[in-house]
Design a protein around this ligand. Structure first.
Ligand code: HEC
Ligand code: HEC
Ligand code: HEC
Ligand code: HEC
Ligand code: HEC
Ligand code: HEC
Length: 406
């Protein structure tokens, strides 16, 4: 009886040892960066344009940069930011525009290791409580309350490590007590062996418990990578590039109430909503605000007979078929349902994720508008007849792959 318990405990102990080892390993992987070196590199290369707090200097304050971007992106960015912008990376383009197209210089000579040290230094500074930041910077604190998400993670991790340690200590105490106790008793040879057994590494590595722990660990790592990746799909909401001419929807569609269709002529007729040509602007601006530098740009384009190089905001991948008239006419969906209140936007911003889930959700929920549409009369009758309630888009095939995919 005693022995059975003892064996169970040893097994438990092994598992805890392994868990503990893994936790420590995960932590030391982070601790490898050289923060002192990072600080030196940061002062030499970055401090002229960046602070480590929230405040922007020439470039953004770098506090919390680890929550905004992953390491691979940061390495690429620091080595050659203009290449990242040129690749069309939405975040980079938006940031570049936000900082008035100020070019961050490239650092092709910094090694990955150097950049990781710099990032380690930024993180360490960001994790410091606000009070120390004040004494270092000699300036009033910009934010008194925000602690940052990474601070939370550290608290949780430390808590886990402490708990594991406590469990470990308690268990080893129990084991040594039991062993001592048993050694005073008369035991069979086989039992003695079990009581006196030492921690045997090889048997640990072979044990199914160890394999299970490793398996679970890898599963979690892979699952995390997978989740991170899917979370990124379609995360373009908020994309609002600066356009070559500061055209304002708030002014034109809002204040002057020009109809969307006046400019986006095919939005009720065809697949695409088309961006207006220079001619449409000229209808009014050959008379209105002639001397404005912004309007001069329209004249320039008209003279050279070249289109204005508007930057595209919404963009579905090529494999998707989306038709405006199907939604604006047949579906009677307002522009605002998908684009937000454009008439109040100074600069157009993408408000919907344009992900597959977004399309499908709406197709599941939205009732087909059939009033006055002869085509649907028979369908509706059939649908009602079959005991259905309202007819949703999904009921007319709105979830079929081939409807949306070429
Ligand atoms: C000459 C000024 C300048 C220097 C020097 C500079 N940066 Fe930048 N950095 C910028 C600007 C400006 C931006 C904003 C994006 C843009 O306009 O290209 C930026 C953006 C960034 C971003 C993205 C910030 C965010 O909020 O997403 C990171 C990270 C960054 N810089 C890191 C560094 C590091 C690390 C160094 C030093 C090795 C450095 N920068 C040196 C000007 C600079
Ligand atoms: C006077 C002409 C004009 C009117 C009226 C107008 N737009 Fe636009 N719209 C433009 C121009 C020019 C662009 C491209 C520049 C930009 O993105 O700001 C544009 C861009 C857009 C875009 C983003 C296109 C992209 O690149 O993905 C949307 C969405 C849009 N308009 C919706 C609307 C809606 C909705 C209305 C009515 C409430 C409207 N527009 C009224 C001229 C107009
Ligand atoms: C239906 C008439 C109409 C059309 C079409 C039109 N605009 Fe305008 N636009 C106006 C009016 C009205 C104003 C406001 C003038 C004022 O503030 O006195 C204006 C103002 C502007 C301004 C601000 C100018 C400034 O310096 O304040 C810009 C830029 C502009 N429009 C660009 C465009 C572009 C680009 C197009 C074509 C896509 C366009 N507009 C099409 C009527 C129009
Ligand atoms: C059911 C959602 C939905 C509605 C309703 C909708 N749009 Fe769009 N709009 C989109 C999507 C999705 C795109 C991106 C299309 C692409 O990339 O092929 C888009 C793109 C655009 C563009 C960029 C040019 C293009 O066609 O790619 C303009 C301009 C635009 N919409 C204007 C409008 C206007 C004006 C209305 C209202 C009359 C409207 N949209 C209603 C979803 C919608
Ligand atoms: C705001 C709600 C809404 C969103 C978002 C939306 N749709 Fe729709 N969609 C509708 C409605 C309503 C209809 C039915 C139109 C009709 O009556 O024919 C429809 C119909 C369609 C159809 C025709 C289906 C058929 O069986 O005839 C296609 C294809 C389609 N949508 C593609 C898309 C794609 C692709 C997206 C995402 C990029 C999207 N829709 C986003 C509401 C939406
Ligand atoms: C209502 C429209 C709609 C329907 C129905 C639909 N999709 Fe999609 N699908 C989309 C849109 C929009 C995207 C692009 C999402 C993005 O860019 O994030 C997409 C993306 C995808 C992708 C990802 C491609 C990539 O580049 O990552 C796959 C795979 C896919 N769809 C498969 C399917 C299959 C299989 C079905 C049928 C079960 C289906 N889709 C039905 C709208 C639809």
């Amino acid at each position: 009886m005693y022995l059975l318990k003892n064996q169970g405990i040893t097994k438990f102990l092994n598992i805890f040892l392994i868990c503990f080892g893994l936790t420590v390993l995960a932590h030391t992987a982070n601790a490898q960066v050289d923060i002192a070196k990072g600080k030196e590199l940061f002062s030499g290369n970055c401090a002229s344009c960046h602070g480590v707090g929230d405040k922007a200097v020439v470039g953004p304050g770098l506090k919390g940069i680890h929550d905004r971007r992953n390491e691979a992106w940061l390495l690429k960015w620091v080595k050659n930011s203009s290449a990242v912008i040129a690749s069309g990376d939405a975040y980079a383009v938006a940031l570049y525009n936000q900082y008035g197209k100020a070019q961050m210089q490239s650092f092709p000579d910094l090694k990955d290791e150097d950049i990781k040290n710099i990032l380690g230094y930024i993180k360490a500074e960001g994790d410091k409580p606000v009070a120390t930041n004040v004494s270092v910077a000699g300036a009033p604190a910009t934010s008194g309350s925000s602690e940052g998400g990474s601070g939370y993670n550290n608290v949780i991790l430390t808590g886990m490590v402490v708990t594991l340690l406590l469990v470990l200590v308690t268990l080893s105490l129990v084991v040594s007590l039991l062993t001592k106790n048993l050694q005073h008793k008369e035991l069979a040879e086989a039992d003695k062996e079990v009581v006196n057994q030492k921690l045997d590494l090889e048997s640990i590595f072979r044990s199914s418990a160890f394999l299970a722990v490793i398996g679970v660990f890898f599963f979690l790592v892979v699952a995390k990578a997978g989740i991170d990746k899917t979370m990124k799909i379609g995360k373009q909401t908020g994309y609002a590039p600066t356009q070559p001419i500061s055209f304002s929807h708030k002014l034109h569609a809002g204040k002057y109430e020009i109809n969307c269709q006046y400019c986006h002529t095919s939005v009720y007729k065809g697949k695409s909503a088309n961006i207006p040509s220079v001619n449409i602007c000229m209808n009014c601006h050959n008379a209105i605000k002639r001397t404005s530098p912004q309007i001069q740009k329209i004249y320039e384009a008209a003279e050279k007979n070249q289109p204005i190089q508007w930057i595209r905001v919404h963009n579905l991948p090529d494999l998707v078929y989306f038709n405006h008239s199907q939604h604006t006419v047949a579906g009677q969906i307002e522009c605002t349902s998908c684009h937000g209140n454009i008439a109040q936007m100074e600069v157009v911003q993408q408000r919907s994720p344009l992900s597959m889930g977004w399309c499908i959700d709406c197709h599941r929920q939205t009732v087909v508008k059939s009033e006055g549409n002869v085509y649907y009369d028979k369908l509706m009758a059939a649908h009602k007849g079959s005991g259905g309630k309202e007819m949703k888009v999904k009921d007319i095939g709105g979830l079929e792959c081939s409807k949306c995919h070429y």
